[in-house]
Design a protein around this ligand. Structure first.
Ligand SMILES: [Zn+2]
Length: 47
């Protein structure tokens, strides 16, 4: 399974993997991650 980018829609934390975390490690909100395009994720990181 290809890895994808996910962005927390609460705090903007970016996760790269097969699925978004159930609970955001940064803000603690559950099910806050949404699929994001690569460019969108890199922009959120600030690259
Ligand atoms: Zn978060």
């Amino acid at each position: 399974m290809a890895k994808k980018f996910f962005i927390c829609n609460v705090c903007g934390d970016v996760h790269f993997g097969e699925a978004g975390p159930e609970e955001c490690p940064t803000c603690g909100v559950e099910n806050a991650y949404e699929r994001a395009e690569r460019d969108e994720a890199l922009e959120a990181i600030g690259v």
